[in-house]
Design a protein around this ligand. Structure first.
Ligand SMILES: NC(=O)c1ccc[n+]([C@@H]2O[C@H](COP(=O)([O-])OP(=O)(O)OC[C@H]3O[C@@H](n4cnc5c(N)ncnc54)[C@H](O)[C@@H]3O)[C@@H](O)[C@H]2O)c1
Length: 372
């Protein structure tokens, strides 16, 4: 067995959730914690029993004992911090999205190629129990041929940190893009997006975006398939939802309209009233090392009051799967899933979608460097 991989956890809002999981993982050690607020950093160190504490990210990168950083800082910092870590010879796990410009995605993909270091975007949806359930159905042929996919991520960001007011809905679209593309192990080739409605003036001025809703069609590469995704951040009345629907020739999966109600599976060829079936989604903790299985359960969430969990339903039990995927990729010296190219494709769908919306729905092709 190889030596445990030393992670530095950077950004301890939602990021703090991952600390006990790394600590329990048989192949990982939490070697350092980093956040800007010194008092809060000290409190985190005491709470989790971590002694090496940094308020300066540069000090994390200068620490030779760190194998990889797990970046969970605010969105505008993701690209810069990722590039700095790669320059310092550290592998990177970074929360979504990869970056907020196509150019920064390109730089990260190129640097990963150049350095041979590993990069993984910590996309929660593709490790959620709902996604793993649908993927399992698809892999076993139970859905038949997939004909169409749809995904939505309405989320009222009032009450979130101020930087969200400067965000554009489609610049945070990976939760809806990723299940559609990953299910079919495909990439996006082009997008067409429309903006709809209007946000209030202060949000429009801060973000430079006037649309309340962005609604986009994704054309899959080398397949006769399209997915429809939509997003909003402000000024639309709807409960939070991170949904995806998959329509197959034999079976289709549809997300519930209201949080905590059962998902629906439709089966072709049955009498009309028997086509839909309300289903229970199993947990997939048995795919994980025994020591971290409990972390798929909501009871293990560290900060249940963090808005991300109040709105995010515990992210479908994905956290230990993300940790295990990154650590396993390092131990086995293979690319994590999603790797840099895939993460760039998923992120650039949203970036290109907004560009399309600004051009009245014109088709925008994904850049070549994002096509696997
Ligand atoms: N489902 C998901 O994948 C999901 C859910 C929630 C949040 N997120 C992502 O997590 C990130 C953080 O969100 P949050 O809600 O935890 O925010 P937050 O504001 O609660 O926490 C941000 C943390 O980053 C730290 N930080 C900021 N700049 C730093 C720097 N330069 N060096 C070191 N630490 C720094 C802050 O001290 C704080 O601990 C966002 O990028 C968001 O997109 C992803």
């Amino acid at each position: 067995m190889s030596a445990p991989k030393n992670v530095a956890m950077v950004g301890l809002g939602f990021g703090a959730e991952f600390i006990p999981i790394y600590q329990a993982h048989p192949n990982a050690t939490v070697a350092a914690l980093c956040r800007r607020d010194e008092a809060k950093l000290k409190a985190s160190g005491e709470r989790f029993g971590v002694e090496t504490l940094y308020t300066e990210y540069a000090d994390v990168l200068a620490d030779p004992s760190i194998d990889f950083v797990h970046i969970n800082s605010p969105i505008p910092d993701h690209a810069r911090m990722t590039l700095q870590a790669l320059d310092a010879g550290k592998h990177v796990m970074c929360t979504v999205p990869m970056a907020t410009t196509v150019e920064d995605c390109r730089k990260i993909v190129e640097k990963v190629k150049e350095t041979g270091l590993k990069y993984m975007m910590a996309e929660t949806v593709v490790y959620s129990r709902e996604y793993l359930f649908v993927k399992d159905l698809y892999d076993r042929g139970e859905l038949g041929e997939v004909q169409y996919l749809a995904a939505s991520h309405p989320q009222d960001m009032n009450g979130w940190p101020e930087y969200w007011e400067r965000m554009i809905p489609m610049h945070y679209a990976t939760h809806v893009v990723s299940p559609c593309l990953d299910l079919l192990d495909s990439s996006a080739e082009a997008v067409s997006c429309f903006g709809s409605g209007r946000v209030r003036d202060d949000i429009r001025e801060k973000s430079g975006n006037k649309f309340a809703v962005e609604t986009c069609h994704i054309k899959f590469k080398d397949r006769d398939l399209t997915a429809h995704i939509w997003r909003f951040l402000y000024d639309v009345a709807r409960q939070y939802r991170e949904s995806f629907d998959v329509y197959g020739t034999k079976k289709s999966f549809e997300w519930t309209l209201v949080e905590d109600e059962p998902m629906v599976l439709h089966t072709a060829g049955r009498p009309e009233k028997e086509i839909p079936e309300k289903i229970e989604i199993p947990d997939f903790a048995d795919r994980l090392p025994e020591e971290i299985r409990r972390f798929t359960l909501p009871a293990e969430i560290q900060d249940a009051e963090h808005l991300s969990f109040l709105q995010g339903g515990g992210h479908g039990g994905s956290h230990p799967h993300l940790v295990h995927e990154m650590v396993s990729a390092l131990v086995e010296d293979r690319d994590p899933r999603p790797n840099a190219v895939t993460s760039a494709n998923w992120t650039c769908v949203g970036l290109c979608a907004h560009e399309s919306a600004l051009k009245g729905g014109e088709l925008v092709r994904l850049p070549e460097f994002t096509l696997a």
